[in-house]
Ligand binder design. Structure first.
Ligand code: ADP
Ligand code: MG
Length: 696
């Protein structure tokens, strides 16, 4: 039997391990750093390093690594053993405070978007004591931030940590102004729901597109997709269930609060949701979760696809970023409580989020921009590329009453009557669900639904934290000066919501009417990464990030460059893969199928010259036409790929890859899919969509 409480966190140097192993004073000092952000003394670091090493050795570790999150989006690690030679030709196991605090990976092989060209190649990793160290595959992994020799952030964690300090500062000022004297710290929390696909490893290995790109570049529609809605929440197949069970146990050992698992809408699609944590820990845990998912799937003869759109025609995968703010005393600042109309503090924080989302639609769109996610957003399965907020009818009515000054009348409909005697009645949530909204209030948090499944959530969260902090700063400036704080707060909420009401939309975000309505409201509609990214370095955004010390202009420009380059590189790899598949596999397969048909036709004639092989002839004509067309599309794509070399500038190149290369790939695919639909399954060189989606 699995004893979950015993197993939970067994690979983590967590609070319990620290309390047990650190001298009392050291433990207290470390806690101060973790909880209140106090700087750490080197003597403390030495003591922690010693205890950490002893714990790691007892748990079978031989190496340690600074575990960091460069701009590649995945995690990086370089392992050093603990060994240190002694004079008698033996070794002892050593690990110092210095080694704990600082690492020196060569920064030159990680994307830096030009920072490295102007500065030094040297890079540093710095221990992040707010995220626990853990043991993975015999190595003690120390979560770290990664920066250049001159201190520029080269990773995803650094701006996130900076943004957490920033929002803490501004939210505390607002709380103080509103009369809160107890709270000493405000944290941002996140629960990321992770979607993924599982397919059979044998099937995966036969598809170059999945191997190189993580998504299919060709594939005719299968007879059945997701139209019956029979997969969502459906009973879980034994192989998948075995995987999920192992996954939960692995994650629990890493101290990750894996909570919910279920089948998703598309066939072969599933979801895992953990219990929320601080934005920093949730980010580290989500990175680790994705890594564990991939590794563990292989053990089950499966492959876990984290790409946002592995298969055309069925839903892609996203990551719902459930976000809130709470105090160190455990109070959720976005909890409307029983009577939200009278809860000024809640209304002030709610108004801050509303204004932040409206003012920084561009940044939220940029935060989720990636080559993979572009296939999802706006595809009537995921939120559109237009940012808007869902508040639900109750909360919208509360805000309307603030604006109009009229009394808010609670409709009293909070009890759910099941109308069946044996079923208990229960209280309802304050808001219904709206699955189409990109940014939905869901009871006591906001669910930002636009994130792609493969992305590091740090980006979305540092941007969210910063933009809300920026509004809170302005609110604090106003409230601190006010003589009558409640009146000023009420006025502030009224003014803010009136000015930013256009961002609230409770209707169907998938409808064409909304696209037109959003345009009338003046909301942004940034359809693709090349549309969105250039706005990253606008005056407004440079000022925002510099003002709060989140990113300098140099850091921001480098980040923008990295994202643009990554986009172009991904499409380039996809195009080369498509060309390889087309030339090496698809053309020969179709040609030899046509030859088979021609042989059959002449055999038929040889039996009796009067026999007419009409079916074969028709099919030969059809396939031959398609093949000619296909060869033409190959040439167009070939030329498009070559043409990219002539384009200058990262933004221009990304735009070119979308407009010319991606477009040519889509045309090539359309012809291939039609040929596949008209050929024998045996003659087609790859497993079909049906096989991939229903193989497990
Ligand atoms: P659903 O799929 O219905 O949206 P789930 O239960 O799958 O809901 O996921 C909800 C997520 O929101 C969970 O990860 C949960 O821990 C998280 N969550 C709940 N409260 C908060 C909060 N205050 N801050 C951040 N995340 C939260
Ligand atoms: Mg959800």
């Amino acid at each position: 039997m699995v004893k979950v409480p015993e197993m939970f966190g067994e690979r983590v140097f967590n609070d319990a391990a620290m309390r047990e192993r650190l001298p009392k004073g050291t433990y207290k000092a470390l806690k101060k750093t973790i909880e209140d952000g106090k700087p750490l003394d080197i003597n403390i670091a030495n003591a922690v390093a010693h205890a950490m090493k002893e714990w790691a050795l007892e748990n079978g570790a031989t190496h340690y690594t600074h575990w960091f999150q460069p701009m590649t989006g995945i995690t990086a690690e370089k392992h050093d053993s603990f060994i240190s030679p002694t004079s008698d030709g033996k070794v002892i196991m050593e690990f110092s405070g210095k080694e704990l605090i600082k690492g020196e990976p060569d920064a030159s092989s990680f994307p830096s978007g030009g920072i490295r060209a102007t500065f030094e190649a040297r890079g540093y990793t710095a221990w992040d004591p707010t995220s626990y160290a853990f043991i993975k595959d015999g190595s003690l992994c120390i979560p770290t931030a990664f920066c250049s020799y001159t201190g520029e952030a080269l990773d995803k964690k650094t701006p996130l940590l900076r943004s957490m300090e920033c929002i803490n500062l501004q939210a505390l000022r607002v709380l103080r102004a509103l009369g809160d004297k107890e709270t000493t710290h405000v944290i941002t929390t996140v629960g990321p729901e992770q979607e993924y696909f599982l397919i059979d490893k044998k099937v995966f290995d036969m598809r170059k597109d999945l191997i190189y790109c993580g998504r299919t570049l060709f594939g005719a529609r299968p007879p059945k997709g997701q139209e019956l809605d029979d997969h969502y929440f459906g009973s879980i197949k034994p192989r998948v269930s075995a995987f999920m069970k192992d996954l939960d146990e692995e994650l629990w050992k890493y101290g990750i609060l894996a909570k919910t698992k279920h089948n998703e809408v598309a066939p072969a699609q599933h979801e895992l949701a953990p219990i929320f944590d601080t934005t920093n820990i949730a980010t580290d845990h989500n990175q680790l979760t994705m890594e564990v998912m991939k590794k563990l799937a292989e053990k089950h003869g499966l492959v876990c696809l984290l790409h946002e759109k592995p298969f055309a025609g069925v839903n892609g995968s996203g990551k719902h970023n459930n976000w809130s703010m709470s105090t160190n005393t455990g109070k959720n600042l976005l909890d409307p409580s029983k009577n939200p109309r009278e809860n000024l503090q809640f209304l002030v924080f709610l108004a801050a989020v509303i204004r932040a989302v409206d003012e920084h639609q561009d940044l939220l769109r940029i935060a989720v921009a990636s080559a993979g996610n572009d296939h999802r957003l706006g595809a009537n399965e995921a939120p559109p590329a237009i940012l808007s907020m869902y508040l639900g009818d109750d909360l919208t009515a509360v805000l309307d009453s603030v604006i109009s000054g009229k009394k808010y009348v609670d409709d009293g409909q909070h009890i759910m009557e099941t109308k069946v005697d044996v079923l208990p009645n229960f209280t309802k949530d304050t808001s219904d669900r709206n699955r189409t909204s990109p940014f939905a209030f869901t009871g006591n948090k906001f669910e930002f639904r636009m994130l792609g499944s493969a992305e590091n959530i740090a980006c979305a969260n540092f941007i969210l934290n910063t933009m809300v902090a920026d509004v809170l700063q302005d609110f604090a400036d106003q409230l601190e000066k006010a003589d009558d704080v409640p009146a000023a707060a009420e006025e502030l909420v009224k003014k803010t919501v009136s000015e930013h009401r256009r961002i609230i939309f409770n209707g169907n975000n998938y409808s064409d009417e909304w696209v037109a309505e959003a345009a009338r409201r003046g909301l942004l509609n940034l359809r693709s990464l090349p549309d969105a990214l250039p706005l990253y370095t606008s005056e407004k955004n440079i000022r925002l990030f510099e003002k709060h010390n989140i990113l300098s202009e140099v850091e921001l420009r480098s980040r923008c460059e990295v994202l643009l380059e990554k986009y172009s590189k991904i499409i380039n790899i996809e195009a080369l893969t498509a060309l390889d598949m087309a030339k090496k596999d698809i053309v020969p397969a179709v040609a030899s199928y046509i030859r088979d048909l021609a042989e059959t036709a002449s055999l038929v004639r040889s039996v009796d010259p009067d026999l007419v092989p009409a079916a074969e002839t028709e099919l030969i004509k059809k396939l031959n036409n398609l093949l000619n067309c296909f060869i033409g599309k190959i040439e167009i794509l070939d030329r498009a790929v070559l043409g990219a070399k002539e384009v200058e500038g990262a933004a221009e190149t990304a735009r070119y890859f979308k407009d010319s290369v991606l477009a040519a790939m889509q045309e090539l695919r359309a012809v291939a899919d039609e040929m596949e639909a008209n050929m024998s399954a045996k003659a087609w060189p790859y497993p079909s969509y049906g096989t991939m989606l229903f193989s497990v």
